[in-house]
Design a protein. Sequence first.
Length: 61
Amino acid sequence: MIGPIRFVFVVIWFAIGLSMAGTLKDCTAVMGKKAAIAHKRGGISYGWWNRQLVGSGEKKK
């Protein structure tokens, strides 16, 4: 009785793994297209990026 149950679980996990791999592939393709578009428009400003991450350096009282 354990054999068929284990087989069903293996099939379910295999299906979940395939769907996750397909989703990862799709996301990678979307990010690649967006990166190509951003590259055509020009690079990002690292100064601007750093200010967004850590703030502008001005202390507010």
